[in-house]
Design a binder for this molecule. Structure first.
Ligand code: TYM
Length: 334
């Protein structure tokens, strides 16, 4: 509890081009619940290097992502928006938590298994202990709630397990965080293969809508989305392509699937897909315009980066010092 409010932490990797899935599954919810919490939104660049990155590209993407947080509507005066690598406490706490995490539980992580299969030539220790760094991110700020898409749920569960294990040895050191999954948009699927999640790393660019896609591209990608031959707009498992488009439509316009079904009752897929495209443009275009304005103001962004890193360091140090003391590290001499 900080300033009488509960604490919220979340983060995104500065890897690849952000997709509509990242926006609807995470960023949009971050904005809608931000006022209720003391918030920390990190650009998790340390997680990004578990996969090889081009350094100049990573730096550029990290800045783009931080700017997008603001463009999406997070006021950096009220929300602590910062780079993970600027706050050394993340790495320090991760080390300690590594000593409270078992190889067995890490090897059960589905994201590790997927990434290890994809990057078979570089299964590094960082990829394996990735969830421990994530636990450190969250526990460092004593977060009560962590808004994420469904794919991160397992990482939240291990975070809770690590926190409870630590607390059972040393007393109530960490707040046990709750996962927050939005009502809609928690798992946006590929437009070309609705059995796969929409992903930054998809090789087929038509499968994903990127946050920076222009309106014509967005409309075209929606028109080309894979559907079926049922010819009815129904929200059901048997029609995964249509179900996904309904999810996108509803998440963009804050509607529920039954409303979309009623609206498009008796109408063809062409009309429905065009409406989905328009709905996506209606949320992404304002974000893109704000992004373009913000990038013109280098000094402002630099001051946000500096001030918020200091703020994050201040809060994270409180937890870190407490944890260091608990595990028996010698006191600092002032
Ligand atoms: P990342 O960068 O892969 O994704 C960022 C957020 O976007 C959500 N997301 C989706 N939601 C719906 N549909 C999709 N297709 C989709 N794709 C991605 C993710 O669930 C996530 O919320 N490990 C994390 C980053 C992280 C983190 C943290 C998150 C590091 N430390 C601490 C929360 C708390 C990741 O790689 O997310």
């Amino acid at each position: 509890m900080l300033d009488g409010k509960k604490t919220l932490f979340s983060g995104m990797q500065a890897t690849g081009n952000l997709t509509l899935g990242n926006y609807l599954g995470a960023l949009k919810n971050w904005v809608s619940i931000a006022d209720e919490y003391q918030t920390f939104y990190s650009v998790v660049d340390m997680h990004s290097i578990t996969v090889r990155q081009d350094p100049a590209e990573l730096r550029k993407r990290a800045r783009t992502l931080l700017t997008l947080y603001i463009a999406a509507g997070l006021d950096p005066e009220k929300n602590c928006i910062y780079y993970q690598s600027h706050v050394s406490g993340h790495a320090e706490l991760a080390w300690i938590l590594n000593c409270f995490t078992y190889m067995g539980e890490l090897s059960r992580m589905t994201q590790f298994k997927d990434k290890a299969a994809k990057h078979a030539d570089n299964i590094n220790a960082g990829l394996f202990t990735y969830p421990v760094l994530m636990a450190a991110d969250i526990l460092l700020y004593q977060a009560d709630v962590v808004p994420v898409g469904i794919d991160q749920k397992q990482h939240l569960e291990i975070t809770r397990d690590i926190a409870m294990r630590f607390n059972s040895v040393y007393g109530d050191v960490f707040t046990i965080p709750e996962v927050y999954i939005g009502k809609s948009g928690a798992k946006i699927m590929s437009l070309q293969d609705p059995s796969k999640k929409m992903s930054k790393s998809d090789e087929n660019p038509n499968g994903s809508i990127y946050l920076m896609d222009d309106p014509d591209t967005i409309i075209r990608k929606c028109k080309r989305a894979v559907t079926d031959s049922e010819a009815v707009v129904r929200y059901r498992e048997e029609q995964p392509g249509i179900k996904n488009l309904i999810d996108i439509y509803c998440a963009c316009l804050d509607k529920i699937p039954a409303e979309a079904e009623r609206e498009f009752d008796g109408k063809g897929y062409g009309e429905f897909k065009a409406a989905v495209g328009e709905a996506v443009v209606s949320v992404l275009k304002p974000l893109q315009d704000r992004f373009a304005d913000l990038t013109k103001n280098k000094d402002y962004l630099d001051s946000v980066i500096k001030n918020n890193a200091e703020k994050a360091a201040y809060f994270s140090n409180k937890t870190l010092r407490k944890v260091q003391k608990k595990v028996g590290f010698p006191e600092r001499i002032r």
